[in-house]
Design a protein around this ligand. Sequence first.
Ligand code: BTN
Length: 276
Amino acid sequence: MTDNRAKNPAWAGKPDKVLESPQETDSRQVLGKWAGLAHVFDEIGSTMDEARSLAKKGAPHLSLVVANRQTKGRGRLARAWESCEGGLYFTLVTRPALPVSRAHLVLFSASCSLCRVLREKYGVDASVKWPNDLLADGKKISGMLSELAADGERVSHLNLGIGLNVNNDPTKANPQSTSLRLLLGKTFEPLLVLKDFLDEFEKALASIEDGHVMNRWKALSQTLGREVTISTTTETYSGIAQDVDEDGALILILKDGRVQKVIHGDCFHAEKANES
Ligand code: BTN
């Protein structure tokens, strides 16, 4: 695990809260085999920025930047991501052997992996929401951000930034959100959830080209079959989410019966008829 005090201005003049404390030993033990690739920060601006700089310097596949807190956490579509202590905030540098046109498979695989971990290891009623959110009991528990660099047609690196609400209470920023603690009434070690995710995601990456990633995503989806509104930078569409194609695009049946394919956008689920 990298000692980031020397190179990161975030540590300047601050007491070391992680790296010389008993927690540091714990971090290494909790992360197990992933500790060697981990850059652990107590506080950072955004794990995305540090991961980008590591990737540009040639950091290997599955290098990891994780922080207890972010002061400039970023969400999709230029929004802020509230990143107080208690949540899990990390960016994973991936170097998949994929053409850029297939890079979305890494994101959809990561969503499936985290969803399975929450279901199988934590007993949470988790599902995936297009494009890469995770819901638990119908509320947002995790979001994902990505940055890609290409070398010609191939992916050079694809950085995956994931925020998961673990012990924090995100409901002030977003009433339609939740955390593991709010759902299950107890606290969890965020780094243990991270290790569980990495173990699962490593397996998922091994089968990323088996042609079933999107089918696996569909099986965990809350979006398909639902009435949704999609807001893009220029348009808003409402209709039934019929399918997700092999490119990860959402296929909508609009109210007038036309078929609309959407590649990027914010997705809002309408309440189901039997929901309160
Ligand atoms: C979303 O808007 O749903 C995506 C949120 C992504 C947040 C994570 S937290 C770790 C990484 N660092 C950031 O600044 N953002 C991502």
